[in-house]
Ligand binder design. Structure first.
Ligand SMILES: NC(=O)c1ccc[n+]([C@@H]2O[C@H](COP(=O)([O-])OP(=O)(O)OC[C@H]3O[C@@H](n4cnc5c(N)ncnc54)[C@H](O)[C@@H]3O)[C@@H](O)[C@H]2O)c1
Length: 592
C-alpha cells in the first residue's frame, strides 16, 4: 500500500493537532507520531516522524479534521485516486497550453521556494554536497522546466508532413497528444532529478501523473510527498510512496504510459506488468559503462576526468565510468595519476571531505563491501559501516592475454598487495550473474571457469576496476562481447581512435575525452539501448516520449469523382492511376 499526496489542502510542515478519533470511521486509533508504519485493513501505511496525521490526511486526500476511511479487507488502495486522475484527464483540462505552463511554473516555484529544504534532504539521503545537489539535481531540473516553458507552444504545434499526389489537396499532420494517465517510477541515486525531469516532460505533454519516488531516498521522498503537491494541480497529479510490494500493487492497474528508471532486474518486472495492459514503456536502466583510454593520452588529464565522474555522488551514477580498459603501460601511468587526482579532490583523508558522498543504505553498503577485497588494491580500500563510507579503491585486474579460451585457466596472478585472484580476471570482473561476487578470491570454489557473458552487475559505487588490454581491437572486442552499455567513454588524442570506437560499438550515449557531459545537453536524447534501456528523454525528447504521435489526414467532403477511382469494380486503368497518385511506382514509370 502506498500513500498518496494529490489532494491535500492543508500545509503539512507543521501539522496542527486534530481531535482524537476524527481520522477514522471504524474505531481504529491513529497511531502515535513517530510510528514508522502501521496497518489499516490490509494496507500498510508509511508515517513520518511527527507527521503521522499529516500523511494519513494526505493519503485520504482530506482536510484536517476530516474523517479518514479505513481501508477494508479486499479494498483496492489505489483505485480511487487513479480513477480521480483518469476522470481529470478525460475532462480535457490538462490539454490547453496555459494549464501545462501553469504546472511547469509551479514546478519551478517548488524548486526555488524549497531549495534549502531539498539540499538538506539530499545531504541527509546521500550526503550530497551543495555543489552536486545544485548541478545535478536542482539546476538541471530547472533548466528542463525553462526549456519546456520556452518551447511549449512550438512543441505542441501540429507537425505538417510532406504529401503525395493522392493527398495533395488534403491537410496532413502529426498531432502530439497526451497519453492520459502516466506513471513515473524513480530510483534513489538522483532522487530529485530522476523524478522531476521526466515529470517536466509528462506535464508539458498534457498528461495526468502518478509519481513514485524511491523508498531509499527517504528524505527527498518526504519533500516530494509533502511539499510538491502544493505546487501542482492536485486533481491531475499524485505522489505514491512505497517499495517493491506497493509498486507491484500499483503496477496491476492500467496506466496509459509507464516511465521507469532503475535496475534492469526491476525493469523486466515493470515491462511484464505493463504488457498485461499493453501499456507502452520507457525503461531507463543501468549497466556497465566502459571507459577506453588510449596510450597517447595525458594520464593526469584522463585521471582527473575519470575520477570526477567515477566518484561523483560516491559512484552511484548510472552513467559513471564503470571500468577502465587500457594497456598495461597506460595502467602504470594512470594509477599514480588517479591517486593524485583523488588526493587533490578529496584530501589526504577523503572521509573528512564534504565533497565525497555516502552510500545510500546499509544494504547497498554491504553489497559494495562485498566487492572489496576481491582484487589487487591499488588505491584506498577503507570502509566504515557506521558512516556508509567507502573510499576510492582500484581493484587492479590484469589480463595477460585477452583470449576467452585461456581464461578457462585457474592459474593465479600474483599481486603485490591484497588477495590474489585467477588470471582469468575478466571472468571475475562482474561477469558472473551472482550479484556482489565480482572477482573470485584465491581458492574460491565458486571461481568461474570460463566466460559468462550473461548479466553482470554494475558496480554503482566508488570502486574503479582497471582491465588491461593489448590493443584497441581487444578493447572493442571486450566491449562488444557484453550487453550494450548506457554510456561509453573513449579517451584519445587521436580523433580517429575516438571515431573508431564510436563506429564499432553501440551504447545509449557516447562521450569522447570526458565523462558523462553528454547528458547535460538537452538537445541530445538520453536513454539506453538493449539491456541498458529503451526510449529516451530530456528536452524535446521528453515531450515526444510522453506524447502519442497521432497521424492525421483531413480530406475534402467533396471531390467524389476523383476519389471514385478507388471503388470497385476495379480496373487496371484505375490501378495505374492509384499507384501514380500514391507515388508507389518507380520514377521511371510513364504516366498511364
Ligand atoms: N538509465 C538511467 O537513467 C538510470 C538513472 C539512475 C539509475 N539507474 C539505474 O537504477 C539502478 C539503481 O536504482 P534503484 O536501486 O533505485 O533501482 P531499482 O530498480 O531497485 O528501483 C527503482 C524503482 O523501482 C521500485 N521497485 C523496486 N523493486 C520493485 C519491484 N519488485 N516491483 C516494482 N517496483 C520495484 C523502487 O521502489 C524504485 O522506485 C541502477 O541499476 C542504475 O544504473 C538508471
Amino acid at each position: 500500500m502506498g500513500v498518496f499526496a494529490g489532494q491535500q489542502r492543508a500545509p503539512l510542515a507543521a501539522p496542527r493537532p486534530s481531535p482524537e478519533g476524527s481520522y477514522h470511521r471504524t474505531g481504529q486509533p491513529v497511531p502515535p507520531p513517530g510510528t514508522s508504519s502501521f496497518r489499516l485493513g490490509t494496507c500498510k501505511w508509511k508515517l513520518w516522524q511527527g507527521h503521522s496525521e499529516a500523511v494519513i490526511a494526505v493519503a485520504a486526500g482530506l482536510q484536517w479534521g476530516d474523517p479518514i476511511t479505513t481501508l477494508q479487507e479486499g479494498m483496492d488502495p489505489f483505485e480511487d485516486t487513479l480513477q480521480r486522475l483518469r476522470e481529470a484527464f478525460r475532462s480535457g483540462r490538462t490539454r490547453p497550453a496555459e494549464f501545462r505552463a501553469a504546472q511547469l511554473k509551479g514546478l519551478g516555484r517548488f524548486l526555488q521556494d524549497n531549495k534549502q529544504l531539498l539540499q538538506e534532504a539530499l545531504a541527509q539521503d546521500l550526503r550530497k554536497s551543495a555543489f552536486e545537489s545544485e548541478v545535478s539535481e536542482i539546476s538541471i531540473s530547472q533548466g528542463e522546466i525553462n526549456l519546456a516553458l520556452r518551447n511549449l507552444r512550438a512543441w505542441m504545434k501540429d507537425e505538417t508532413v510532406p504529401k503525395n499526389l493522392a493527398t495533395q489537396l488534403d491537410s496532413a499532420f502529426i498531432r502530439k497528444e497526451p497519453f492520459g494517465l502516466v506513471l513515473i517510477i524513480a530510483p534513489w541515486n538522483y532522487p530529485l532529478n530522476l523524478t522531476l525531469v521526466p515529470l517536466v516532460g509528462a506535464l508539458a505533454a498534457g498528461n495526468c501523473v502518478v509519481l513514485k519516488p524511491s523508498e531509499f531516498s527517504k528524505n527527498t521522498e518526504r519533500v516530494l510527498v509533502e511539499v510538491l503537491p502544493r505546487y501542482l494541480d492536485r486533481s491531475c497529479f499524485a505522489v505514491v510512496l512505497g517499495g517493491p510490494e506497493e509498486t507491484g500493487q500499483l503496477l496491476e492497474h492500467k496506466f496509459d504510459y509507464i516511465f521507469f528508471t532503475g535496475s534492469p532486474r526491476v525493469g523486466k518486472i515493470v515491462m511484464a506488468a505493463a504488457a498485461k495492459h499493453l501499456t507502452p514503456v520507457t525503461l531507463e536502466l543501468g549497466g556497465k559503462n566502459p571507459c577506453y583510454v588510449d596510450d597517447n593520452c595525458d594520464a593526469q588529464t584522463v585521471a582527473n576526468r575519470v575520477a570526477l565522474f567515477r566518484y561523483f555522488n560516491a559512484g552511484q551514477t548510472c552513467v559513471a565510468p564503470d571500468y577502465v580498459l587500457c594497456s598495461p603501460e597506460m595502467q602504470e601511468r594512470l594509477v599514480p595519476a588517479l591517486q593524485s587526482a583523488i588526493t587533490r579532490f578529496y584530501g589526504e583523508d577523503p572521509r573528512a571531505s564534504p565533497d565525497l558522498g555516502r552510500i545510500i543504505s546499509e544494504k547497498h553498503f554491504q553489497r559494495l563491501r562485498g566487492l572489496l577485497g576481491c582484487g589487487r588494491v591499488a588505491i584506498g580500500g577503507q570502509s566504515e559501516e557506521s558512516d556508509r563510507y567507502i573510499v576510492s579503491r582500484l581493484p587492479n585486474t590484469q589480463i595477460p592475454s585477452f583470449s576467452p579460451s585461456t581464461c578457462c585457466s585457474t592459474a593465479v596472478t600474483p599481486g603485490p598487495v591484497g588477495p590474489r585472484f585467477p588470471a582469468c580476471a575478466p571472468a571475475g570482473l562482474s561477469l558472473q550473474s551472482s550479484p556482489g561476487l565480482w572477482a573470485p578470491r584465491l581458492g574460491d570454489a565458486a571461481a568461474p571457469t570460463g566466460w559468462d557473458l550473461g548479466p553482470w552487475a554494475e558496480i554503482f559505487g566508488p570502486i574503479l576496476p582497471i582491465v588491461t588490454v593489448r590493443s584497441l581491437d581487444e578493447a572493442i572486442d571486450f566491449i562488444n562481447r557484453r550487453e550494450k552499455p548506457l554510456a561509453l567513454y573513449t579517451f584519445s588524442n587521436s580523433s580517429q581512435v575516438v571515431k573508431q570506437v564510436l563506429a564499432r560499438t553501440s551504447s545509449g550515449g557516447f562521450c569522447g575525452n570526458d565523462g558523462f557531459m553528454h547528458l547535460i545537453l538537452a538537445s541530445l536524447p538520453f536513454g539506453g539501448v538493449g539491456a541498458s534501456g529503451m526510449g529516451s528523454y530530456h528536452g524535446k525528447f521528453s515531450f515526444d516520449t510522453f506524447s502519442h504521435h497521432r497521424a492525421c489526414l483531413l480530406r475534402s467532403p467533396g471531390m467524389e469523382k476523383i476519389y471514385s477511382i478507388r471503388y470497385p469494380p476495379y480496373s487496371s486503368r484505375n490501378l495505374r492511376m492509384m499507384l501514380v497518385a500514391m507515388e508507389a511506382r518507380s520514377c521511371s514509370c510513364t504516366l498511364l
